[in-house]
Design a binder for this molecule. Structure first.
Ligand SMILES: Cc1cc2nc3c(=O)[nH]c(=O)nc-3n(C[C@H](O)[C@H](O)[C@H](O)COP(=O)(O)OP(=O)(O)OC[C@H]3O[C@@H](n4cnc5c(N)ncnc54)[C@H](O)[C@@H]3O)c2cc1C
Length: 283
């Protein structure tokens, strides 16, 4: 239960042991709470091509049991029932900070920290999954439970403790993961379909088999490049960091796309194909 990165890892592990897996999700498409529908469809298509059924628009109403000791299935929001020998629930993470209730430290969803990652007690710092920024970039979450953020916070805190006052900068959002064997990378901001404003334009490309795909986001009027989602194509983080740092236009990104190609052994370079598709759609 749950259409996110952790649920899909569990599904992959069970599936690799030849165990029949169904993924139940609340949203209409897999991870459409994060991905634009074009990308969510591509990922869902990939999961289904691997033999995993994705049941959308559903929630678990209750667990079923024959003998009161082991789960035998689940009841869904439409009152239908599914038999199961095992139910994995992966519906999000939240910091386990209840032990701090009496500590006097200020908390919200996580432990509140300032730009130096200091808690409300200045001699105590918090970083990683448990830390919630008092002031975060409006386009980002105040609590970001991913490994890259934890590492960046650790770097910033080391700098602060060793070399003197140093502020943590969220930088550009990036993340990577795998949906079974489909690699996923994201840099910058690519809003999902329900959050996307009219000013955010998306260019989406995928190959006919939907095994490779890319979505580039940019502002309609200024043509400012906002971000990218890539599936099955490995890109260089340094190239995208550079373009985001420079507030490059989508046209510069398209022109210089070749520099973002990550040359894995025997991998095909899709940049020419992508540039051609973009120019054909935008001329
Ligand atoms: C299954 C899974 C897959 C993931 N995959 C990815 C991924 O692909 N990419 C990605 O970016 N992120 C991924 N993440 C998230 C990533 O693991 C976390 O963001 C990262 O580990 C956070 O680092 P941390 O040091 O804050 O916390 P943790 O790595 O969780 O370390 C916290 C440590 O503190 C200890 N601890 C907790 N409470 C106490 C206490 N009261 N006293 C003493 N010790 C305590 C814990 O035992 C643990 O050792 C994944 C997480 C999970 C669970």
């Amino acid at each position: 239960m749950g259409g996110g990165l952790i649920g899909v890892e569990l599904a992959e592990m069970l599936h690799s042991r030849k165990i029949d897996v169904k993924i139940l999700i609340r949203e209409p498409l897999f991870w459409s709470s994060v991905l634009p529908d074009t990308d969510a469809l591509l990922v869902q298509n990939h999961l289904e091509s691997r033999g995993v059924e994705v049941i959308s628009n559903t929630e678990i109403k209750g667990f079923l049991t024959h003998d009161e000791t082991r789960v035998s299935g689940v009841e869904l929001s439409d009152n239908s029932r599914l038999e199961a020998q095992f139910v994995g629930v992966s519906i999000g993470v939240e910091p386990n900070i209840s032990f701090l209730t009496e500590s006097g430290l200020e908390t919200n969803q996580g432990i509140l920290v300032n730009k130096h990652l200091q808690t409300s007690d200045e001699s105590i710092f918090a970083i990683g999954d448990c830390a919630e920024l008092r002031q975060s970039d409006p386009k980002r979450r105040a609590l970001e439970a991913v490994w890259y953020v934890a590492r960046k916070m650790a770097d910033a805190l080391s700098e602060h403790l060793i070399n003197g006052s140093f502020a943590y900068d969220q930088g550009h959002w990036f993340n990577s993961a795998k949906f079974f064997d489909l690699e996923y990378q994201t840099y910058g901001q690519v809003s999902n379909s329900s959050k996307r404003k009219n000013s955010e334009q998306h260019f989406h490309w995928h190959n006919p088999r939907m095994t490779k795909g890319l979505t580039l986001a940019y502002e309609v009027h200024s043509r400012l490049f906002l971000g990218v989602n890539a599936f099955g194509i490995r890109l260089k983080q340094s190239a995208f960091e550079h373009w985001l740092d420079q507030s490059a236009s989508i046209d510069t990104v398209i022109k210089e796309l070749e520099t973002a190609h990550f040359d894995t052994e025997f991998s095909k370079n899709y940049t020419k194909e992508l540039r051609y598709a973009f120019l054909s759609n935008n001329s």
